[in-house]
Design a protein around this ligand. Structure first.
Ligand code: C5P
Length: 329
């Protein structure tokens, strides 16, 4: 394998859950206006950039993508993967600012622990980590200041609605497509059991189902109110937060996957304070009183529902950041 002074480089990133998600009307661009509260949790992916054969001038710098994963679900290994697109965008941004440079080709490797197509922004998370890793590589290769969080934010928005949040991490209030963010005050750690399903759900399909259910009068549209969530987070009050969790997409996810009802019921009967579908689902998350309860709920729900898997996580967790100590490859 060839060497390069600034590669490999790697970044980690965490999954998100939505503690509150209110969906407004569909917009002309096909997205829906959201009022949401995101929290990053400790399930994480790692994305590394490794040296590959030189790309000819005008050719894509990204020469390939590989994935290690222990969870079910298809992860694209072609240019359609958001991490691939993220590296291309950062290369373009440096070329636009500082002119063309002869760069080595890079291969992307994703070590995947975030559920695939599960409503936890796994694909978006890989894009955010790829942005951070590519920024570090190119800043060193060009001998320039990195773009940093501020410079990467517009690129994150281009990649998808959830990418800006997973890039920033922690806990945030989101409006617009969910990509206009304000950091929220939180105290302490919250313990969650996460239960993944063997088959993912398509996010656009879940939004469309909600629109159809609303048009048919099956579910009502209510005014968003994130005040109770904000108060619970600022006080570090788990019980209060349990009473304030809400997800408008849950009705649509349950209509597409009725078996999720049982998962939610079992989680609460096994000791969770509350359970809800995460984002567009089908992953379900359960707020638990402590780490031990989160472990027990995760295991009990998974045991009771063949094909599902459970894990205990904590939140908030950081955004995408460089892995400094370990060398990737
Ligand atoms: O931005 P991203 O590609 O992750 O979004 C996937 C799809 O989810 C969008 O194409 C859209 O159908 C739906 N979506 C939406 N409103 C949002 C976020 C996502 O309708 N605010």
């Amino acid at each position: 394998m060839s060497t390069h002074p600034f590669l490999p480089v790697a970044a980690t990133v965490h999954a998100k859950i939505n503690l509150y998600l209110a969906v407004g009307a569909e917009r002309p661009d096909g997205y829906h206006d959201l009022t949401t509260v995101f929290q990053s949790v400790s399930a994480r992916d790692e994305v590394s950039l490794n040296v590959a054969e030189q790309a000819a001038p005008g050719e894509d710098v990204v020469r390939g993508l590989s994935v290690d994963k222990r969870l079910p679900g298809e992860v694209p290994t072609h240019a359609g993967n958001l991490a691939w697109q993220a590296v291309r965008l950062v290369v373009q941004a440096y070329r636009d600012r500082h002119g063309p440079r002869l760069l080595p080709g890079v291969k992307i490797h994703i070590d995947k622990k975030i559920p695939v197509a599960g409503g936890m922004a796994g694909g978006s998370a890989d894009a955010a980590a790829a942005l951070v890793a590519a920024d570090a590589w190119l800043a060193a290769a060009y001998g320039r200041e990195p773009l940093g969080a501020r410079g990467l934010y517009p690129l994150a928005r281009q990649l998808g609605a959830d990418v800006p949040f997973v890039l920033a991490g922690q806990t945030a209030f989101g409006t617009g497509r969910g990509d206009e963010l304000v950091t929220m005050l939180t105290r302490g750690q919250f313990h969650w059991a996460v239960v993944t399903s063997p088959q993912g759900l398509s996010t656009p399909e879940v939004f469309q189902r909600l629109d159809a259910m609303r048009a048919a009068g099956d579910v009502e549209c209510r005014e968003p109110d994130t005040q109770p969530v904000a108060e619970a987070l600022a006080a570090g009050d788990t019980e209060k937060l349990a009473g304030a969790l809400h997800n408008d997409l849950q009705a649509a996810a349950l209509s597409l996957r009725p078996e999720l009802r049982k998962i939610l019921r079992v989680g609460v009967s096994e000791g969770a304070l509350a359970g809800l579908v995460s984002g567009s689902g089908p992953t379900c998350v359960f707020l638990c009183p402590d780490a031990h309860a989160a472990d027990e709920v995760a295991q009990a729900v998974a045991a009771d529902n063949p094909g599902t898997r459970g894990m205990a996580v904590t939140g908030p967790a950081p955004g995408a950041e460089l892995v400094s100590a370990t060398r990737a490859d």
